[in-house]
Design a protein around this ligand. Sequence first.
Ligand code: ZN
Length: 389
Amino acid sequence: MSKAITWEVTGQDGEARTGIIKTRRSVIETPVFMPVGTQGTVKGVRFEWLENELDARIILGNTYHLFLRPGHEVIRQLGGLHRFSTWDRSLLTDSGGFQVFSLTDLRKLTEEGVEFRSHIDGSKKFLSPEVSMEVQAALGSDIVMVFDECPPGDAGHERTKQSLQLTARWAKRSKDKFNELQIEGADTGGRDGNRQALFGIIQGAGHLDLREESLTRTVDIGFDGYAIGGLSVGEEKPVMYGVLEHIAPKMPSDAPRYLMGVGTPEDLIEAVYRGVDMFDCVMPTRNGRTGGVFTSRGKLNIRNAKFTLDDEPLDPECSCSVCRRYSRGYLRHLYQAGEMLAATLISHHNLAFYLNTMKDTREAIKDRRFATFRKEFLARTCGNEDEQV
Ligand SMILES: [Zn+2]
């Protein structure tokens, strides 16, 4: 069977690298930031803008949320998530594991899977590697994630070890079920018999020996790409950077490396520096909804009274359509008045900032000046916050 995605490294500067992922639906230049479309929509941002202005080539969908509502059978019947939502470029879906272990209080974990109560109506639900693969096949995403257990970030060595061993057994079951569904060609939701790609996930929290064990076990099973999970879950930054520095260069160089759920623009730059290719995070849109703005000079919060009479754009160095047209004073007014457009416009700008930062990053790596770029970027944005977002 031919591979569902291809991956090619196109440039390298230290550990940082540029590459191209090709799926049937889009060509994705890496390092790439993937906007998060939790419920089949990137909150507050129209697909037209993501396609035409922001030129996002891949977005995320959340299995947990779509499984509960509207349900994967509804999406299957409406032709898969691409057709249902009309997003025609690449889609990556997570496995549901992270949400089950972070959002729901009532859950019962067994070797088989995890039973939990829906946060929507309290009804009893069950997710396992097999169910997650079936749901992601019905959604028809281009990149599928294995179902993993996500232990708390402060879990001790023994608990983390048990967890990653369970994750490794679940990864094997995920792959077996995934292969079965691909061979059947059933319900992969894609057009022209499109196959999906499957990524494995490396766990192990802040324990470097366990990260290595998890990496070995995951690579032994064999996947189209490899993700680092269980970071940015409350640990200190040096712990996260330490794990990345240790594990990213040991990951297969002939497959994309994806850091899940991270992070701030500075985190992205620091992770690229250590060899990571793919990112997703809710921050640009979540912060956008609460008035948090990412700029080339650091973060600002539009709620701050000092912007009342400010006629400047959110980021004078940004060329997005929001910055070309609207002032901080106007956006602050919209926010204070509770106008929904405030969230939309700030989310749009924040995504533009993230995607442009990745574009600048790629150019810096290609020109082999990434070390200087990193230093300048961090000096400009860090320690220059008007208040915590
Ligand atoms: Zn902008």
